[in-house]
Design a protein around this ligand. Structure first.
Ligand SMILES: [Zn+2]
Length: 269
């Protein structure tokens, strides 16, 4: 038995990650910024249809358009599943069409059925913040953090001893500064409540992989205007050579390979 993860797409054009905690074919989505049709197509593209065939819940980091596609409103009316988010996002979710009967606002950690313990961690992003999630199931310990302007101590603490770390690596600082983007946008992105730069993501990854248990290190949400996959890859592999084979860079328009995780046997001090 193993857990499986596939990042179906990740960019400002849409984010969604599928996680299966076991071999049952049931899966959860973290973010639903791709339409239901694209999610289904991504499973085919990734060769993962057998692995992900029954959606059991949607976790939302926040409600920006690239994390919540309006196509899910009708889908959830037809086939309701819980939409799980921090209580701070509940009102926004209702205004974006999440059916009230599906809404599950969180005030803290909880257990998802008999499969996984879930810990939501508030992280700084625009006015309402975003949410990082830690999932602990029998087969894996998975951390997912995207759309955060800074790596907080709370996040580092919650993400200790993971088997899989997915973290945003949004922009190259020089490309951001030299871009033609307006000043207000650059300040929003780089001002501590926007997105993580490659360098900020690297510093977090260095801390969070130090225990030696991380089998997959996934970079999320690369900016198409202010980043390049090869730039991020060379930065990470130079600074973290031991993670070079574990490094996966998500793409805007195609799923990552299916990543299987078995809980690491590495002893934790
Ligand atoms: Zn986003």
């Amino acid at each position: 038995m193993s857990a499986s993860v596939c990042v179906l797409g990740s960019s400002s054009r849409g984010n969604a990650t599928a996680i299966s905690f076991d071999d049952s074919g049931k899966f959860v989505l973290v973010d639903a910024g791709l339409s239901p049709r694209r999610v289904r197509q991504s499973f085919v593209d990734a060769g993962a249809s057998a692995r992900f065939h029954t959606l059991r819940a949607i976790f939302l980091t926040h409600l920006d358009r690239d994390h919540w596609s309006p196509g899910w409103v009708r889908q959830l009316q037809r086939a309701p599943v819980p939409v799980i988010l921090r209580r701070a996002h509940a009102e926004m979710a209702l205004s974006m069409g999440v059916p009230p009967a599906c809404l599950r606002p969180l005030d803290g950690p909880f257990r998802l059925g008999d499969t996984a313990d879930v810990q939501p961690i508030a992280v700084p992003h625009d006015e309402l913040g975003s949410t990082a999630f830690r999932f602990d199931c029998e087969h894996a310990r998975i951390g997912h953090a995207t759309d955060l302007g800074a790596v907080t101590d709370d996040l580092l603490e919650a993400f200790a001893n993971l088997d899989m770390l997915s973290i945003e690596s949004n922009y190259d600082e020089q490309m951001q500064r030299e871009s033609t983007r307006p000043y207000f946008l650059k300040s929003r992105i780089m001002g501590g409540r926007g997105h993580l730069s490659n360098e900020q993501a690297l510093v977090a990854a260095q801390t969070l992989t130090a225990a030696g248990s991380v089998q997959h290190l996934v970079l999320l949400h690369l900016s198409q205007q202010c980043n390049r996959p090869e730039l991020a890859r060379s930065l990470f592999t130079a600074a973290l050579p031991s993670m070079a084979n574990a490094l996966v860079i998500s793409r805007p328009d195609a799923p990552t390979p299916l990543m299987r995780i078995r809980r690491s046997e590495v002893a934790i001090a």
